[in-house]
Design a protein around this ligand. Structure first.
Ligand code: AMP
Length: 462
């Protein structure tokens, strides 16, 4: 067996290929055998279109099972998969295509796989070594140009095997899949866990309350972003009954609020398992399957991951080394770190070894020469009445350099809340202004876009 990731995944497909892989909401099913056949023919079509090992195959499509077949066919053909967010505009797409120079750019997955029905199947996966490139994932990059994180077959295999073990997947699992597949979470984390167990997936094009609630009744594991959980909790139809068939709820891609964790436990009788990851390393830490899951902590480094806090202080930038850490950014050698990869996330480890994240380094506020970690203030605001969620940012200030401001989803009395915050925080940390909004701006993975908030409130003091 070579190190081609597709060989590993296909070796775990169920012996009975008639077993379902995708379970659709309308009652339709696609079996593992059908997926395998589509992959072989699609890989054949890629080859007949001139795709050779190492070529990039780019794709911007609606979520569908044929899109998954194209992903796997790209691996099988030894090419490099490049998924692109549906939200990207034509001018953004132009940048990615210019940068990655793919051999093919696919925009309609069912049509492409349909065309492959007449292609000669590619029987054997192209041999790959662990260091060969499997995928390029462009980071969402809020400043400057997005960078293409280069992930190898070895990176993805190591992470998939570690997660499969850590989260206790078996062939009896059914994974509820409602995530997008242009991002590592839905594409690698979720799909690989299902494939390594030969387990079926309840396959939903997007998160939609009614379909998710119905899907939970026949699933055992769900992976989601924090907004999935807040939406479930906002639906009175989500009860302990709804979660009765489930063994595990996993959450990541953005911080899970301790209030959501607590509400979920009260309602569903189960604790969400939070984990932490990024495009450059897939999953880095996870709360335990069997041990205690703690609100606000992202748990322990996965086996094989060496995690340290840079800078010599208790809290600092998280640096990592390990088998799933990427090889560098595509055509950007100067951005490629050696040794430890500096994640850009600020955090600390407690005496038990658990990791706690306090935000992105670039969201750190320096006010009057003091470092202010937004998370510390957000946790206090989130406890106040009328606050669903808060985002604390630094905005330009003539005296302090930056001033602490809070943008709060909810309602309240600004002066009273500032006074309350001052009782718990040093004066330089307390917000100087609080703005109330109906909703915080978020990207497709539910991450609050603080860069947009900083722009919006840039003129507050100057
Ligand atoms: P992406 O590369 O788009 O997956 O974004 C990765 C970033 O998401 C990380 O560097 C973190 O800043 C953030 N992130 C992911 N999971 C978590 C989590 N559980 N808690 C806090 N931040 C997270």
């Amino acid at each position: 067996m070579s190190d081609n990731l597709y060989e590993l995944l296909a070796s775990r497909f169920p012996a009975d290929r008639g077993k379902p892989c995708f379970l659709m909401s309308d009652g339709g099913e696609v079996s593992y055998g059908q997926l395998e056949e589509a992959v072989a023919r699609t890989a054949g079509l890629l080859v007949s279109r001139g795709v050779v090992p190492g070529d990039r195959v780019a794709m911007q499509v609606e979520k569908s099972w044929p899109a998954v077949a194209i992903y796997l066919a790209t691996l099988k053909a030894g090419a490099v998969f490049l998924p692109l967010n549906n939200a990207y505009t034509p001018s953004e797409i132009e940048y990615f295509l210019g940068d990655a120079e793919p051999r093919l750019f696919i925009q309609d997955a069912p049509a492409f796989v349909g065309e492959a029905a007449d292609a000669k199947p590619l029987a054997a996966p192209v041999a790959r070594s662990a260091d060969d490139l499997a995928s390029i994932i462009y980071t969402s990059g809020t400043t400057g140009r997005s960078k293409g994180a280069m992930l190898s077959h070895g990176n993805l295999a190591a992470n998939a095997l570690a997660l499969h073990e850590a989260w206790g997947f078996t062939p009896d699992d059914v994974l509820l899949h409602a995530l997008p597949i242009f991002h590592v979470h839905g594409l690698f984390v979720a799909l690989h866990c299902a494939f390594l167990s030969g387990a079926p997936m309840v396959w939903l094009p997007k998160f939609d309350d009614a379909h998710v609630l119905a899907g939970l009744a026949r699933s055992t594991v769900m992976m989601g972003v924090p907004t999935f959980y807040t939406r479930l909790l906002a639906n009175p139809g989500f009860t302990r009954e709804s979660a009765a068939h489930m063994r595990l709820f996993v959450c990541g891609s953005a911080p899970l609020l301790p209030t959501t964790f607590a509400e979920f436990e009260a309602r569903a009788g189960m604790r969400i398992l939070e984990r932490y990851g990024m495009s450059e390393a897939v999953i880095i830490t996870t709360n335990p399957l069997d041990g205690e899951r703690i609100a606000g902590s992202v748990g322990y480094p996965l086996p094989g991951v060496d995690l340290r806090i840079g800078g010599g202080d208790e809290t600092g930038v998280i640096e990592i080394k390990g088998p799933s850490v990427f090889g560098g950014y595509w055509r950007m050698p100067e951005k490629t770190a050696d040794g430890y990869f500096i994640t850009g996330d600020v955090g600390r480890r407690d005496p038990d070894g658990r990791v706690w994240i306090s935000g992105r380094a670039k969201d750190l506020i320096i006010s009057g020469g003091y470092n202010v970690y937004p998370k510390e203030i957000e946790l206090i605001l989130d406890e106040m009445e009328g606050v669903a969620e808060s985002a604390v940012i630094g905005v330009p200030h003539p005296d302090f350099g930056e001033a602490v401001c809070a943008v709060v989803m909810g309602q309240g009395d600004e002066a009273a809340m500032i006074a309350m915050a001052r009782q718990n925080l040093a004066a330089f940390k307390a917000p100087k202004r609080i703005f109330f909004v109906e909703d915080l701006p978020r990207n497709a993975m539910g991450k609050v876009q603080k860069n947009l908030l900083r722009q919006r409130y840039a003129d507050t003091f100057v």
